[in-house]
Design a protein around this ligand. Sequence first.
Ligand code: SF4
Length: 504
Amino acid sequence: MRRWSWRPQARPIPPQPPSPVPLTREWGSKGKEPPSPWCSFPYFFKEIGPRPGGLRSRPFQRRRGRTPQRPPAPHPRTPQKEDFMDLIETFGAKIGALSEEKPQRARQLLTAGFRANGVKNKLASKRSSKSDRMLFQLVNRAMVTCLAKPQSNVMVSLFTPCEMLHLQGLHPYSCEGFSSYLSGAMAEQPFLHQAEDTGIPNSLCSYHKVFIGAAQMGLMPKPRFILSTSLACDANTLTFRHLAQFYDVPHFNVDIPFESSPQAVDYVAGQLRQMGEFLTQQTGLPLDDGQLARTVARSQRTMALYHRGLRLRAGRQVLSDLTSELLRTAAFHFLLGTPETEAYARQLLREITTAPPAQGKQLLWIHTTPYWVAPLRHLFAQSTRVQVAACDMSYEGIVEADPTKPYEAMARRLVYSPFNGPAQRRIDRALEMAKTVGADGAVWFCHWGCKHTLGGARLGKKALEEAGLPTLLLDGDSCDRGFGGEGQAATRMEAFLEVLEGMA
Ligand code: SF4
């Protein structure tokens, strides 16, 4: 027996009374038999009448004399945002199609696309703040370099300290950052399918799947070597070993112990020293400890500037968007230690210091932002109603350390990261940061495939709500459009905002 359901299409249709309109009245045939569209066609047109002056009215209302004039052509439409999205979609499809047969050509096209995006951002993003524009240029340049100058490329996992690489003039690029960029170009789907078709499980984080697929299809150039850490997920250990075998390049992995202690810092610092020797072996360039100390000092200064900004952030309105949150993650990881990143942090601090009082709601965001979800992106874009005050992907690197001992300082950043160890450490840090930035609520983004973020979600919600911070668990995927649920994510966020606004 069929069960009753709210869905109208699943409910049994009750018996209907006979229609009071006889069949012959259909199609405008005015009761004339038969009700065929061909026979009733002229009657139908006579009934509603031709469009006055329209060209198609001529067979019915022939006019003598002047041929009716065509209405003047409308003004050319100003390009809309949707047109631009269509353009990106076509671009993404082209990259995917070309990668199948001509990966070199796809790479050139992608490089040109990223360059064009940089120019567009310079010329057209007047609504964004100066710091957001600086940030975009910084990360975009890194992505272009990774494709255009493969001879100096070093593939890294997001949390790998890259100060030694910057010092040697090498270009680190993170696998996760590159996947995000491919997703931004709407080109991630063929690479995801490629990875899954070769046996990579569907449940692996999509950042890793996209990158593996791009490597297998030849879109990614071969790196000189690969550096990775076991922070922050077990996916790293497998992906980078797999890629090193695939490209047949040397690989150095830094193991981060679960416990945070001075012994763990010494253990990791020892591995970082070995990483320095590995680099010297690969490049033939010696590493100067004094220069390294200065570069690490710059990293520490950058994170200290950002921390000062966060402390001043409470009660201030700093407009931004979800994309910038993700770009900041890139800048504060594989671009940390460069003068450009320090200049960006200084500019951001300047803007926070002079920002007006906040009007909208301030959120604490846990994990990555799904910036490809258009309704969600629009909700946050330069919005006075809601802003992300802090995101744990960006502030996780704020760890005090002595830069005169550069290896120990880098090791402390890894060992004492809230992403290392039990979920409770990440939660405690979130509670502390929520107080610092004066957050009104928190969003815990459950990125599909990120097992430790998913695992800590309910614990996090409980702890944050017990501390008086309403928390939304938002499911989705930051990189894979195929995951869907865009409308649902935006509706849930809207409802959450209404709850927060109702509490004011
Ligand atoms: S999202 Fe999670 S699983 Fe994916 S790379 Fe980041 S930490 Fe690892």
